[in-house]
Design a protein around this ligand. Structure first.
Ligand code: AMP
Ligand code: GLY
Length: 449
């Protein structure tokens, strides 16, 4: 099979790496890919702006042209933006099976208001909230409810659209920023004001196969993966500014079987029923951002894709063929649907700290050569997933804030932690920085202010 992976981050490197292990996959077209996929077996990067056959089109249209030109068997869409722009609808129209929801499903991430309406309508356990489009009404609601309160811009904002406000002043400022000063453009024109939830967070990634046919045959499925946890704050002890993710672990040991069952009952199953009721054509992945509160698990958000950096911790634990999983999600030949698929997992743990450029998430420098000492990395059984790194001549050089994740396995979490941090001794570039406490007690965001 020939598979196309859209995206350029660490998640897409991990997806391509896992696909490459499948004997059924001959070639992986990475659009545009990065320095990690450039060096990965079976992978070929294609930069749309450098293709002579995509000169008349830009953005998702160029991705569709590449998929058609390359005659790929299916496409996996990594990030949310092309999904919200309707790339899955377009690819299916061209006859190209696509792992990633069509636009109706994609709006569960593209609009916080749509997501909240969906949760409320289908009885998904979540925080109480109110959507506002009028700035005075927003200020009035904050005065009425007080702080802490969470202010969420409705649209996609690359992780900058949520303010957990400890004081009313912070909440009012967020409203002024989003709605009056338009710091996020149109994404902040509508705002969701949400009850503040206290607890610890987990991420549940899952495969989804919901179509008209599977809904009527009773085979519509959301198949959850092993649990994971991201660490979003920049500094040890969950301090400092929010980032795109400073490291992930899987599975999470502090989720009790009771909490898991509650999650299935009050978050996952109602989501599946909601997708069926709304007749969504959703074949892809979904990410449940969950707060484990005293009253039980509550859904903070959906992402309509795999999480980054959780993917870099979850995929290495998969003891099954990722291409088989994608074929089951797509249910192409109606033999072996996702409802019949069993995920088997390696027994141990993954710790995957992320290495960033100093200065991130604010300004940082790019273009430093990345040196990877394979002896040290291999001795610790680690895999490096490149995020912000590109191949320039014969060098891998930094090109982003989050540069790479160092993902290592261990039979126990302690061993995984030791292996990943041991392997990091073999990773060098100028001014690198990483958290030292990924997965340790006190490292998780607690939801407390
Ligand atoms: P998001 O950008 O939507 O992933 O949200 C960013 C972070 O904001 C989440 O990972 C949580 O840590 C926090 N958050 C979102 N909603 C709430 C809430 N209702 N209560 C407390 N924290 C929240
Ligand atoms: N780790 C959360 C995300 O992918 O947005």
């Amino acid at each position: 099979m020939k598979v196309m992976v859209i995206g350029s981050g660490g998640r897409e490197h991990a997806i391509s790496w896992k696909l490459a292990q499948s004997s059924k996959v001959d070639e992986i077209i990475c659009v545009p890919g990065n320095g990690g996929t450039f060096n990965e077996t079976k992978c070929r990067n294609i930069e749309p702006s450098e293709c002579d056959y995509t000169t008349d089109v830009k953005g998702i249209d160029s991705y569709v042209q590449i998929a058609v030109y390359e005659q790929v068997d299916f496409v996996i869409v990594g990030p949310e933006d092309p999904l919200s722009e309707g790339i899955a609808d377009q690819l299916w129209k061209c006859g190209i099976p696509t792992v990633g929801p069509k636009s109706a499903g994609a709006s569960l991430e593209a609009s916080k208001d749509v997501a909240k309406q969906f949760m409320q309508q289908h009885n998904v356990a979540c925080a109480f909230s109110k959507t506002v489009t009028d700035i005075e009404e927003a200020h009035g609601y904050i005065e009425e409810k007080g702080a802490p309160i969470v202010v969420k811009a409705d649209g996609l904002a690359a992780g900058k659209g949520v303010v957990v406000a400890a004081t009313k002043e912070d909440a009012h400022k967020a409203i002024d920023d989003f709605m009056a000063n338009k710091t996020l453009g149109d994404a902040g024109a509508k705002v969701v004001l949400e009850e503040y939830l206290q607890g610890v967070e987990i991420s549940v990634l899952a495969a989804v196969s919901v179509t008209k046919e599977s809904a009527s045959s009773g085979k519509a499925t959301i198949l959850p993966f092993t649990t994971a946890r991201d660490h979003k704050r920049l500094l040890d002890g969950a301090k400092g500014p929010n980032t795109g993710g400073m490291g992930a672990i899987a599975p999470v040991q502090d989720v009790s079987p009771e909490q898991w069952n509650q999650f299935m009952e009050t978050c996952l199953n109602p989501t599946l029923q909601g997708m069926i009721a709304e007749k969504m054509d959703y074949r892809g992945f979904i990410f449940f951002g969950v707060m484990l509160t005293k009253e039980g698990p509550k859904l903070l958000e959906y992402n309509v894709r795999l999480g980054d950096p959780e993917t870099q911790a979850v995929l290495p634990l998969m003891d099954f063929d990722f291409a088989d999983l994608c074929v089951a999600i797509l249910d192409l030949d109606n033999n072996g649907s996702l409802a019949d698929f069993t995920c088997s997992w390696k027994k141990g743990f993954i710790c995957a700290p992320v290495v960033v450029s100093s200065g991130y998430p604010a300004a940082y420098k790019k273009g430093y050569p990345i040196s990877l000492d394979t002896n040290i990395i291999n001795k610790n059984g680690a895999t490096i997933f490149i995020a912000g790194g590109i191949q320039k001549d014969s060098n891998l050089v930094t090109s982003g804030g989050r540069v790479l994740a160092c993902s290592a396995y261990g039979d126990t979490f302690e061993e995984a932690w030791k292996n990943s941090y041991g392997a990091l001794e073999g990773v060098h570039f100028t001014d690198l920085f990483y958290r030292k406490d990924i997965g340790l007690p006190g490292a998780a965001e607690s939801g407390s202010l």
